[in-house]
Design a protein around this ligand. Structure first.
Ligand code: ADP
Ligand code: MG
Length: 378
């Protein structure tokens, strides 16, 4: 079985990119997964996506892997490109791991995601999306607040000044987001309390792996307890050293509520296969979803793999499980199958010739038994 491990290789695209470390990390994940999966009759090959080049599409059309492990978090160093990749894979009829375009897009449009959560009754902090000075002036949320870019992840753009206690701090933080990221600022109620991560794996059933908690240490004394960019990505910083993620066992009832809340959030966005939902829990035990990560870090040293290890899955087993979960979904759930070749009989007359001609340029689309052969065991 051939598996392509598709990942962005765009860390050099912008010298002063605020998310640079995050973008470099994914290359290491691709190579760890390739090592874990390549054995016996399975060959797992990293497939980098350089800048805005679509060469990977040609590669996939030529080699036709059984599965793409989709680790792409950006295209051309732009996180907004993340959601385009599943669209391209679906156009190619190519099974892939992880969430589809809609879920990835929502996770990176945090204001929209929170609207969906609110509509579904999932607990999430009060918020406002602020794009104009008028919206900023009209904002009425109780302090303390936290201000973040609404279209980034991996703690990009987050530091101690992101937590604000008065109007002046709020204005500074919002304008910093506008100037630096050219996107709306998401202003959210700051939830004082524990920070707990729920890793989710599988679709039917969906399993919660052991939970982890961020332990904020001395570097955070008198400062907001947040996983800032430094805390997440700069090993030499005091914030990084003093914010380890450790396994946590919550009291049974609280555990149940936290996992239910995380699973509802994951399902509300239409996420699939794997991901991590981050919550804050107030001192009186109320969980709030703060972040949904459908494309979470799969590095062997990162939280997801560590949680899997606690559940008895070493890294190779986790990698295999990710493959199984995606292939199961492609075969079991007809609605989730890749679009694949257009079927002219379902197409209105006027479009029929156009689609039939396109199908002709994709010879594999007509390979007999193409769908069934994809599920063959490694
Ligand atoms: N509403 C909130 N209340 C308290 N802390 C928050 C809140 N939102 C974010 N944080 C802190 O900021 C960090 C980064 O924010 P998050 O929303 O997870 O952004 P990202 O998608 O960049 O990871 C979180 O890990 C948490 O420590
Ligand atoms: Mg986060």
């Amino acid at each position: 079985m051939l598996i392509a491990i598709l990942h962005n290789r765009d860390a050099d695209a912008l010298e002063d990119d605020p998310g640079r470390e995050a973008r470099e990390d994914v290359v290491r994940v691709a190579s760890a997964l390739a090592n874990a999966l390549t054995h016996g009759r399975t060959l797992a090959e990293p497939l980098p996506v350089h800048d805005s080049s679509l060469e990977f599409v040609t590669w996939l059309e030529r080699r036709r892997p059984e599965l793409v492990i989709n680790l792409c978090e950006s295209l051309a160093a732009d996180a907004r490109g993340e959601m385009l990749v599943p669209c391209l894979l679906e156009l190619l009829g190519q099974p892939y791991t992880g969430s589809g375009a809609l879920a990835l897009g929502l996770a990176l449009h945090k204001d929209k995601a929170k609207e969906v959560l609110r509509a579904r009754g999932v607990s999430t902090p009060g918020f406002a999306s602020v794009q104009t000075p008028e919206q900023l002036a009209a904002l009425e949320l109780p302090f303390p607040l936290i201000v973040k870019p609404s279209r980034e992840d991996a703690s990009v753009g987050m530091d101690f000044d992101s937590v604000v206690h008065d109007r002046a701090g709020l204005e500074r933080a919002v304008r910093a987001i506008w100037d630096r990221f050219h996107q709306p600022a998401l202003v959210e109620q700051f939830i004082v309390g524990r920070e707990v991560y729920v890793p989710l794996l599988g679709n039917r059933p969906r399993e919660a792996l052991p939970l982890t908690e961020i332990r904020f240490g001395k570097a955070f004394a008198g400062r907001p307890h947040i996983v800032s960019y430094k805390a997440k990505w700069e090993p030499s910083s005091a914030e990084y050293v003093d914010s380890p993620s450790v396994p946590v066992v919550l009291p049974e009832e609280l555990h149940g509520r936290v996992v239910a809340c995380a699973s509802e959030a994951f399902a509300a966005l239409g996420c699939q296969d794997y991901g991590r939902v981050d919550l804050r829990i107030t001192h009186d035990g109320q969980p709030y979803v703060i972040d949904i990560n459908p494309n979470c870090d799969l590095h062997p040293e990162a939280g997801f793999a560590k949680a899997a290890a606690l559940a008895g899955m070493d890294y190779r087993r986790l990698a295999e499980r990710l493959v199984e979960v995606a292939l199961e979904r492609h075969h079991v759930d007809p609605a989730a199958r890749p679009v694949g070749p257009p079927r002219p009989r379902l197409v209105a007359g006027a479009n029929r010739e156009l689609l039939a001609a396109r199908a002709g340029r994709r010879p594999r689309a007509h390979r007999p038994g193409a769908r069934t052969s994809r599920g063959s065991a490694p």
